[in-house]
Unconditional design. Structure first.
Length: 289
């Protein structure tokens, strides 16, 4: 499971419906051009938490049908609605997804015992392996090392998608659990995660910049850290501009300029400011996206 995974972008029409042809094109772009090892499906980058249960199932089905067994597929099924999380987990497992992932339950101040129960319930109902999705900046849930101890008592919890800039805790987690899978989730800090010993990375910008992420991954593995830093610098120049223009809007605009039917963002997200299209075209030209 080592490697680079795109947190898959999902295209929508102006009414919020999934554009199937566009989704298939984005999957193929990730496989054929970006050469990713796998896809993380129905995460934040897929605007998951604004979708209906049926739309989430539609995404899972289309992605599996298009990718077949060419790459590894991770299904993010987490939801504050545990019944939905179980239903989605069972659906993705039946489709043949390689593992599940679930964001920690959020919004309400759940106790740690409740969080353990949430993961155990999904795993028991599906029989599939699970990656914890730790993203404290958005979920409001921070997991301590002692809490990871308790979570990892369930052998089906095979690791974590660690989307947190706390590199000290990452290093401690890596040392404590050398045999668990750890995937770093902050694209602009990829090299720091790799130096800390993560097994791979999951990120939204890899939909358009996966080849550079691969370079950083490979160079770091070869001990060529200074060369990897140079690629990270270029990557961060790209990310800085993407963040300035609006991350999901701009990633979709890049894909559209490349001829992919990347659609719009799900409302209430705003549409891309077309007056900025020239800046996106320059970004594509300057960095060979």
């Amino acid at each position: 499971m080592k490697g680079i995974y795109s947190a898959l972008i999902v295209p929508f029409d102006e009414n919020g419906n999934i554009i199937e042809r566009g989704l298939r094109e984005i999957v193929r772009q990730n496989i054929d051009e970006q050469k990713v090892d796998g896809l993380y499906v129905n995460g934040s980058s897929g605007e998951n938490f604004m979708l209906s249960t049926e739309q989430k199932k539609q995404v899972f089905e289309i992605v599996k049908d298009e990718s077949k067994d060419e790459i590894i597929l991770m299904a993010q099924v987490g939801s504050v609605n545990l019944t939905e999380a179980v239903e989605l987990g069972q659906y993705a497992t039946e489709l043949g997804y390689d593992c599940l992932s679930a964001v920690t339950p959020f919004y309400y101040p759940f106790s740690f015992e409740e969080i353990i129960g949430y993961y155990d319930t999904i795993i028991e109902a599906t029989g599939n392996n699970m990656l914890i999705y730790a993203i404290p900046a958005l979920s409001g849930v921070s997991i301590s090392l002692e809490q990871y101890d308790a979570l990892f008592e369930n052998e089906k919890i095979i690791g974590v998608k660690y989307t947190d800039p706390d590199l000290f805790s990452l290093e401690r987690l890596r040392k404590r659990y050398p045999d668990k899978w750890i995937f770093y989730g902050i694209d602009e800090m990829l090299i720091y995660g790799l130096v800390s010993g993560v097994d791979g990375a999951i990120g939204s910008t890899y939909n358009v910049n996966g080849k550079r992420a691969r370079q950083i991954f490979d160079l770091t593995a070869e001990g060529k850290v200074q060369e990897a830093y140079k690629v990270q610098h270029d990557t961060n120049d790209i990310i800085e501009k993407v963040l300035e223009l609006g991350i999901y809007q701009t990633l979709k605009e890049i894909l559209k300029i490349k001829g992919i039917e990347a659609g719009m963002n799900k409302k209430p997200m705003r549409a891309f400011d077309n007056r900025k299209q020239g800046e996106v075209k320059r970004l594509i030209k300057d960095f060979g996206l």
